[in-house]
Design a binder for this molecule. Structure first.
Ligand code: ZN
Length: 141
């Protein structure tokens, strides 16, 4: 099941990797690991300071269920959620987060509420997501 989730994130990532956005994809599953929503960053194109993939995917579910209570759902992100997104995650009751790449500058896992568990997923996808992020930022310099 996790492989299916990773594949979905990988495919979606490759669709958006050449856009103007920092390439980050976030996905939410329900407690039974069914994928219920996926999103990417929409910050640059829409001039939304809160337009990170994690907040976008949470907003999708908020709208779908007309509730911000996402207790029992799991969030996956290609990049460790930043402090802003961890703040949003804390507002939802969602308490399981998986990510692939450490966010050394803005990562929020260390200062998050301790009822949220963060698990890092290693492997070739993690390496790929990290390489693409490095490439994106190298282009800006
Ligand atoms: Zn963020």
């Amino acid at each position: 099941m996790v492989n299916e989730i990773i594949k979905k994130m990988y495919d979606h990532f490759n669709k958006i990797v050449d856009s103007v956005e920092v390439p980050v994809v976030s996905l939410i599953t329900d407690a039974d690991n069914n994928i219920v929503a996926i999103s990417e960053n929409e910050r640059q194109a829409k001039f939304k300071i809160c337009g990170h993939a994690e907040i976008n995917v949470i907003n999708k579910l908020f709208k779908k269920y007309q509730s911000k209570n996402l207790k029992g759902f799991k969030l996956y992100s290609t990049l460790e959620p930043c402090k802003m997104c961890v703040g949003a995650i804390e507002q939802t009751g969602l308490n399981e987060v998986f990510y692939f790449v450490d966010n050394k500058k803005f990562g929020g896992s260390a200062t998050a509420d301790n009822r949220i568990t963060f698990k890092k997923i290693n492997g070739e996808e993690a390496t790929y997501f990290e390489e693409q992020l490095k490439k994106y930022f190298a282009k800006l310099r």
